[in-house]
Ligand binder design. Structure first.
Ligand code: UD1
Length: 434
C-alpha cells in the first residue's frame, strides 16, 4: 500500500501545468466506440480511471496505441463484445458511459451496475429514463444492466434532476438515433460541452451543449477525428487552493479561466489574489484569509467536486464560514479526518459550520474518496508537522502525478510504500471507489 507523507508549512511557489479533465476523458473514451474509424485523443490525463477505460476498450476488441504520454490512437472497428463485467465496472463509477455508447452503436449493451457509493444515494434512474425514451428496453438482473432496442428513435427527454452522467449518456445513445432528440433540464458542465464537441468533430449534429436544452439530430456515420481533451477544471481549482492554503504564489497553466469563474469569485471573497491570463491564472496570498459561505450547485455554480478543498481552506480563514452541499447527500465524510488535524467543523446534514482556527496540525489520516484525498493533501501542506495520508489510490484515480507537481512547487511530499497489513480494508475501500 502507498501513502503520502507531507512535511507541511512550506509556501508553494512556481508554475504548474494542468492535465486533461478526468470527467471529460472518462466519457470521451467510451464515445470512441460510436465512431466508424480510428480516433486520436490528446491531452488524456494519466490517472487510474483512464487506465480502466482503456482496459475496458481493449477487452472489447478495440486497438489502443499509445502515441506518447498523453495521446492515444483508438481503433474501435473490431469491437465485438458489448459487455463490461462487474470486475471492471465496480472500480469506476463512470463505467456507466459504456451503456450509452454501446447502445448507441450496437443497439444493445450489458454493463455491471456501478459499485457502491461513498457520496450517498447514486441512482441511475435518469439514465434509464433517457434510454427508454429512445426506444430501449432494460432489465436488471444479477447486478447487470441489459439494454436492448430494435432501433433507436429520437425523442423528447426531460430530466427530473440535473445529472451530468444522465446528460452524457443521453447524448451518447442519441447521436446515431433516427430523427431529433431534445434533452431538457440538461447539465451544463464543461465536460458535457467537450463530449458534444468531440462527437461533432466526428460528424455528429449536437446543438446547445452548455445550455439546459440540447438538440441532437441523429446521423448514420461518424468519421475518425483527432481531438484534445479540455483541461481539468477541478485539478486547476485544487491547485489554486493549494496556492492559497500555503500562502504561496502559483501560476496555474493550461486552464480555461471561464470554467473556473465560480471558484475564482469565491477565492477572491476569501482574500486570495487572482490574475487571469488567456490560458493561465496566477493565485497568491499576501494578507489574511477571511470567512465566507459556499453552496455547491450544478454548473455554473460552485462545483461539488471542489467542496472538500474549499472547506479545508476555510479552516485556515478568520471567522465562521458555512459550507452547504447542494448536490450529494453525504459529502462531509472527510470532516472527521480534518478534525484530527485540529479543524473545528460541525456538520448537520448538508451544512458544515467551520470555525476558522487559522492553523492545522499534521496527523495520520485516511482519504475516503478522491476529492477528500485532495482536501487532506491541502491540509497537510498547510499544517505544521507531518501528515501521513493513507488510501491514496483514491487520489490517483483523478489527479495526474499530484505529488510530482506539488514537489515542483516546493512541497515536501513523498509517496511511501508500507506493509500490507490492512490489505483487506484497502480492497473493500477500492470496491466503493466512485
Ligand atoms: C458527475 C461527476 C462527479 C460530480 C457530479 C456532480 C463524472 C465521472 N463524475 O457524477 O465527479 O461530483 O457529476 O457534478 O463526471 N441523480 C439522480 N438520478 C440519476 C442520476 C443522478 O437522482 O439517474 C442525482 C444524484 O443522486 C445527485 C445528482 O443527481 O444527487 C447529480 O448527480 P450526477 O450529476 O448524475 O453525478 P454523476 O454524473 O454521477
Amino acid at each position: 500500500m502507498d501513502k503520502f507523507v507531507i512535511k507541511g508549512g512550506r509556501r508553494l511557489t512556481g508554475e504548474v501545468t494542468i492535465s486533461g479533465a478526468k470527467n471529460a476523458a472518462v466519457a470521451l473514451l467510451p464515445a470512441v466506440i460510436l465512431c466508424d474509424e480510428p480516433c486520436i485523443l490528446e491531452n488524456v490525463p494519466s490517472i487510474s480511471d483512464v487506465n480502466i477505460c482503456l482496459r475496458i476498450l481493449k477487452e472489447m476488441g478495440a486497438e489502443v496505441t499509445s502515441l506518447g504520454k498523453d495521446s492515444y490512437r483508438i481503433d474501435p472497428t473490431n469491437i465485438d463484445k458489448c459487455c463490461v463485467p462487474y470486475e471492471t465496472a465496480r472500480k469506476m463509477r463512470a463505467s456507466y458511459y459504456f451503456l450509452g455508447s454501446l447502445l448507441g452503436k450496437f443497439n444493445k449493451a450489458r454493463v455491471s451496475m456501478p459499485g457502491g457509493c461513498p457520496l450517498g444515494d447514486r441512482p441511475i434512474d435518469q439514465h434509464l429514463k433517457a434510454f427508454s425514451a429512445l426506444g430501449a428496453e432494460y432489465t436488471l438482473s444479477q447486478g447487470m444492466i441489459d439494454l436492448r432496442a430494435e432501433k433507436l428513435t429520437g425523442n423528447q427527454i426531460f430530466f427530473d434532476v440535473v445529472s451530468v452522467g444522465a446528460t452524457m449518456n443521453a447524448i451518447l445513445a442519441a447521436v446515431k438515433a433516427q430523427g431529433l432528440t431534445v434533452i431538457e433540464n440538461a447539465a451544463k458542465e464543461p465536460h458535457i460541452v467537450d463530449l458534444a464537441n468531440f462527437l461533432n468533430s466526428m460528424g455528429a449534429n449536437i446543438m446547445g451543449a452548455g445550455t439546459d436544452v440540447i438538440k441532437i439530430r441523429g446521423v448514420e456515420h461518424l468519421h475518425g477525428t483527432s481531438y484534445s481533451v479540455i483541461p481539468d477544471q477541478i485539478e486547476a481549482g485544487t491547485f489554486m487552493i493549494v496556492a492559497a492554503a500555503t500562502k504561496g504564489d502559483v501560476l496555474v497553466k493550461n486552464v480555461i479561466p471561464k470554467h473556473l469563474e465560480s471558484i475564482t469569485k469565491k477565492l477572491e471573497k476569501i482574500g486570495v489574489n487572482i490574475e487571469q491570463f488567456d490560458d493561465s491564472i496566477r493565485v497568491w496570498v499576501d494578507g489574511p484569509l477571511v470567512k465566507t459561505s459556499v453552496k455547491t450547485t450544478p454548473h455554473p455554480g460552485f462545483p461539488t467536486d471542489m467542496q472538500p478543498q474549499i472547506a479545508t481552506l476555510l479552516t485556515l480563514a478568520e471567522g465562521t464560514s458555512i459550507v452547504t452541499e447542494g448536490v450529494w447527500e453525504q459529502r462531509f465524510r472527510y470532516v472527521d479526518e480534518l478534525r484530527r488535524m485540529g479543524a473545528d467543523i460541525s456538520v448537520d446534514g448538508k451544512v458544515a459550520v467551520i470555525e476558522g482556527t487559522g492553523k492545522l496540525m499534521g496527523a495520520p489520516v485516511k482519504a475516503c474518496d478522491l476529492r477528500a484525498g485532495a482536501a487532506l493533501i491541502i491540509a497537510g501542506l498547510a499544517a505544521s508537522g507531518i501528515t501521513e495520508i493513507e488510501d491514496i489510490f483514491h487520489v490517483e484515480r483523478g489527479y495526474d502525478c499530484m505529488e510530482g507537481k506539488l514537489r515542483a512547487l516546493g512541497a515536501d511530499i513523498e509517496k511511501v510504500s508500507f506493509p500490507d497489513a490492512d490489505a483487506e480494508s484497502e480492497s473493500s475501500a477500492r470496491k466503493t471507489a466512485i
